[in-house]
Ligand binder design. Structure first.
Ligand SMILES: [Zn+2]
Length: 251
């Protein structure tokens, strides 16, 4: 099983171990610095820690941690030049499987500039992107994302994440992959299953987004087991349990 969006840096080794023991082989950890950022060097340290330290830490518990790095929209108050230079280097040396998570939160000019630039880097380097959508004003922000995205990058290189039953209709006709985040205060596994039931399993990735916010490290295996209990086809379940992510991220 693959959990396609976590923040390993914010969680304990016990969580990583519990995930591994519950059938998760691999997870994609994304960048998000949850504190005030004084400058880009602090963010660079954060990204290097994910890359060099958290991957090793996860491995000790059995978990194969893949990495997505970039500038999270809430971390946009920095000079992005150094991070962009490093992004090119990480992509070139196959250190990361995607640029992420990127996206928009409050729709500030800074956020929009940095978002567009990261989409351009993905286009130039033929990379995948993981795009965050916010808890607040999700539909409004999603509309702006869907307007900007195709002007900079092929939709089939993007995951739009944290999709819920309220907005799934807005993205289902795009070419993007769609992330279903099963997390307390966001969406429960039954709501995620209702989306899969209605729209099929081909376009969706499951994740827990486990972070410093209330999270359930086992939300992916719990959703997969619930699908099994409800007798969905094994082939279909395998798609959201990992096969779609393997194909999309080439992992
Ligand atoms: Zn996240």
């Amino acid at each position: 099983m693959i959990d396609t969006h976590i923040h390993a840096d914010a969680r304990s080794g016990e969580d990583l171990e519990m995930m591994y023991l519950s059938g998760i082989d691999s997870a994609i950890t994304c960048s998000y610095y949850p504190y005030k950022i004084p400058d880009e060097i602090v963010l660079l340290n954060h990204l290097n820690r994910i890359l060099e330290f958290d991957t090793k830490r996860a491995k000790e518990y059995g978990l194969d941690l893949k990495v997505a790095l970039g500038i999270h929209p809430t971390n946009s108050n920095i000079n992005p030049k150094t991070i962009f230079e490093n992004l090119y280097r990480w992509i070139e040396t196959d250190k990361i499987v995607a640029i992420g998570e990127i996206g928009l939160e409050d729709l500030t000019d800074n956020e929009i500039d940095i978002f567009k630039k990261q989409l351009d880097i993905a286009d130039e380097t033929d990379s995948k992107v993981i795009i965050h959508t916010p808890r607040k004003n999700k539909r409004e922000v999603l509309k702006v994302i869907l307007d900007i995205l195709p002007q900079h990058l092929n939709e089939n290189q993007a995951v739009i994440d944290h999709i819920n039953p309220q907005v799934v209709g807005d993205v289902i006709n795009t070419d993007c992959m769609l992330g279903l985040t099963v997390q307390p205060q966001k969406m429960d596994r039954f709501e995620a299953i209702s989306i899969l039931d209605e729209y099929g399993f081909d376009r969706f990735l499951l994740n827990s987004d486990m972070s410093n916010k209330p999270s359930n490290p086992l939300s992916v295996p719990e959703t997969v087991r619930e699908l099994t209990r409800q007798s969905y086809e094994k082939n279909e379940i395998r798609k959201v349990a990992g096969n779609n992510a393997e194909k999309f991220f080439k992992i």
